[in-house]
Design a protein around this ligand. Sequence first.
Ligand code: TYM
Length: 334
Amino acid sequence: MLNDKKVLFSGMQATGNLTLGNYLGALKNWITLSDEYECFYSVVDMHSITVRQDPATLRKRARALLTLYIAAGLDPKKNCIYYQSHVSGHAELAWILNCFTYMGELSRMTQFKDKSAKHADNINAGLFTYPVLMAADILLYQADVVPVGVDQMQHLELTRDIAMRFNNIYGDVFTIPEPYIGKIGAKIMSLQEPTKKMSKSDENPNASIYLMDSPDVILKKCKRAVTDSIGEIKYNEDQPGVKNLIDIYSSCTGKSVKEIEKEFENEGYGVFKEAVGEAVVSVLEPLQKEAARLEKDKAYLDGIIKENAEKATYFSNKTLRKVKRKIGYPDMIR
Ligand code: TYM
């Protein structure tokens, strides 16, 4: 690849309102890793249509997400920030990989089981083969590393299995990607049910902090976060609510768990929750302001979108040409 740097691929769905979990579990690590790797960060709008979407809303959310990537600190001149749907190679490779993936493997995916229970009236084939499109995303760019939250690990393992299966038949076509899971923040939990993942589709608005929540709302949600009756700020499995708040505070401030336990040794939950709320605001407020500023610069964003779609297409075509030859598609006559 360019500059002999290793390649990084990751993406987020433009569905629902992004949560603090998306930021701390993924986006924050993307920024840390972006200098070290040649990075592709996709707005995975093709994945989004596995659940019914209002077209105008999807288009708006996709643009807002792309803007957010940049607002969060990813330089779009150095990182390829683009819409998945602008690069036809994703769909082409997904079809091919579908033919190398077993029904049994896809049936075991917990996200499929969860989503098909939630959308029982629309269990479409796309929802089932969703992880194959994800494998195509990653393998198309020969990614070495894929930073994700813990909930995507199963999909990543499947991606590796598909890649190894393909390589066993056709030789070394795909790089086998490694997951990158951050040390803290890899699984941010619901503020209301701290044994459950914080999710953008949670029906209880107090369960999730959304990236676009105002400071007031963030402080209120933190204040209402479910804890326990133990009354100690200690990081352990018996206090999942407190543990989650420590994770959030640690991730937002860079302080270690030990430092945090010490800082709040003689404090009650009220003081701690306020500090957590303020730490979250100090991370999200600048992000929101920058996103609002960028949004207004239509020409700049349009330029980035065009340029990066071309760059992604160029690199994806390299892999795709190789794959097509290997599997025996006839050569194009030019
Ligand atoms: P998505 O859009 O659900 O989530 C985007 C990223 O946010 C992480 N995440 C979390 N991390 C910590 N705590 C949480 N509560 C939390 N909730 C979400 C996710 O792990 C993810 O990293 N299928 C993917 C998108 C995708 C993708 C890919 C990712 C499509 N193709 C290729 C990596 C590589 C998804 O739906 O993520």
